[in-house]
Design a protein around this ligand. Structure first.
Ligand SMILES: [Mg+2]
Ligand SMILES: [Zn+2]
Length: 204
């Protein structure tokens, strides 16, 4: 059984594969809502191509609470994902699966009611990783989670994966947040090239 199991790199989407977008209406950095806003992070397609060549499945796991908050339609999310996939394919990188959580616990000011819930899939919960592991027969203890948020690290740890925090901040700026709830990443990198060298070096 264990020989047949696959291993995966679970990858957060926003801030890892695509740039965040400045939302003028709310004055915050947010997920792209339209395909023309999608800007791929440097080397994202190359990263996915490389991890697949190393024998990992590439599984994107992204929180998209804009659906519950009614700031993003499911159709626009699909169009954004397709645009990102197209940009990544141009570098030879095609993910094996993409999981998204459309939920939010309160839904904000203008909720889309059917998505307002405390779900098992919204990171820091590990539901998306566990579901992919069931569907694709993934050995979580041989797998990685990479993200730019501490909730990515918590989800990865809760699923039993090793974790990489991708951040431009100095370690001292983030480490004070590490000390509770499984937030301390196993590794820290500045960019996807750094993440790839960690995965290459530290995978058995
Ligand atoms: Mg992110
Ligand atoms: Zn969810």
């Amino acid at each position: 059984m264990s020989q047949l199991q696959q291993k995966a790199v679970f990858i957060d989407r926003d801030g890892v594969l695509n740039e965040m977008v400045y939302d003028e209406d709310h004055g915050i950095m947010d997920s792209p809502r339209r395909p023309e806003q999608v800007v791929m992070m440097a080397g994202a397609g190359e990263f996915v191509r490389a991890v697949r060549e190393l024998g990992f499945l590439a599984v994107v796991a992204t929180n998209q609470p804009g659906i519950a908050k009614n700031t993003l339609t499911p159709e626009n999310l699909a169009a954004v994902n397709e645009r990102l996939a197209e940009l990544m394919r141009a570098e030879g990188g095609q993910w094996d699966a993409l999981k998204f959580c459309p939920h939010h616990p309160d839904g904000g000011y203008n909720p889309r009611r059917e998505y307002v819930m405390k779900c098992e899939c919204r990171k820091p919960r590990p539901g998306m990783l566990l579901e992919a592991a069931m569907e694709m027969n993934i050995a979580l203890d041989r797998s990685w989670m990479i993200g730019d948020g501490l909730t990515d690290i918590q989800a990865g740890h809760a699923a039993g994966c090793r974790t990489i925090l991708m951040t431009q901040l100095k370690i001292g700026q983030v480490e004070r947040f590490f000390h509770t709830d499984g937030r301390e990443p196993d590794y820290i990198c500045r960019d996807l090239a750094g993440a790839l060298s960690i995965i290459k070096k530290e995978s058995p």
